[in-house]
Design a protein around this ligand. Structure first.
Ligand SMILES: Nc1ncnc2c1ncn2[C@@H]1O[C@H](COP(=O)(O)OP(=O)(O)OP(=O)(O)O)[C@@H](O)[C@H]1O
Ligand SMILES: [Mg+2]
Length: 236
């Protein structure tokens, strides 16, 4: 579904990502683990087209998308749920969902069906459908950001730290939703600092350290890896 070949990203003189190669197969959930500043968001933003790589190429479902603008990429199948959620704060919940389908030409009935399925997945949003999104709690905003991304029926979801700043019980809710998306066969690339939860969800994972991929393997392999246990799982 997704292939990154030798991607490097620079911010001026700073090389935030260096020579990173990643692949995600259809139906797979792949996690990227890494400390603050490792380059995780840079990598996801690059896949979403918000930043352009200095070197390397990206292909999605066999098509080279390296130079395709960000606003075109959802229609090709990849949708980003950005770090910090990026909900349209002055729009209500339902309008945020409608905006998530901007690249689709849904009929009125189909649009309503998609909204209803988001509300079925996240009942807390259903109860708040007319609430201005900026007044939602952090957890509700994260649910909305995920639901909005699902509105266009993406082939692949790019998730940037869905657990960021949320209480443990809400994180559990979010991960429960991600498990059900996985069961439904959705392809997911997940950036997370909650390594335990991420590795339980993921088929495979990569470790990113100061812009380089230093380790990769299946979820269980990385859960057993002494380096990963010490650095990311807090187990010594
Ligand atoms: N717009 C920018 N201009 C200059 N440097 C940037 C920019 N965005 C990110 N960086 C730098 O690139 C590096 C990687 O940042 P990035 O946000 O990708 O890390 P991250 O792994 O997502 O971190 P976090 O876990 O804190 O979200 C950092 O050193 C950061 O300071
Ligand atoms: Mg980040």
């Amino acid at each position: 579904m997704l292939e990154l070949n030798n991607i490097s990203v620079k911010y001026g003189a700073i090389e935030a990502v260096r020579d990173a190669s990643i692949s995600v197969k259809t139906g797979e959930v792949v996690a990227i683990l890494g400390a603050n500043g490792a380059g995780k968001s840079t990598l996801l933003n690059c896949i979403a087209g918000l930043i352009h790589p200095a070197d390397g190429s990206i292909s999605l479902a066999g098509q080279d998308i390296t130079t395709i603008p960000a606003h075109v990429r959802p229609a090709l199948g990849s949708v980003l749920v950005p770090e910090g959620r990026g909900v349209f704060a002055d729009q209500n919940v339902q309008d945020n969902l409608v905006l998530g389908a901007y690249y689709k030409k849904y009929s009125k009935a189909k649009l309503q069906e998609k909204i209803d399925s988001c509300f079925a997945m996240f009942p807390r949003l259903a109860a708040r459908r007319h609430q201005i999104s900026g007044t939602l709690s952090g957890g509700e905003q994260q649910m909305l950001a995920i639901a909005r991304a699902l509105m266009g029926e993406p082939r692949m979801l790019l998730l940037d730290e869905p657990s960021l700043g949320l209480a443990p019980i809400i994180i559990q809710d979010i991960f429960r939703s991600l498990h059900s998306l996985r069961e439904a066969g959705l392809t997911i690339l997940l950036v997370e600092q909650m390594a335990n939860q991420a590795l339980q969800l993921a088929d495979r994972a990569y470790v990113l350290e100061t812009g380089r991929i230093t380790l990769s393997g299946t979820g269980p392999e990385l859960q057993r890896d002494p380096q990963v246990r010490a650095a990311y799982l807090g187990v010594h």
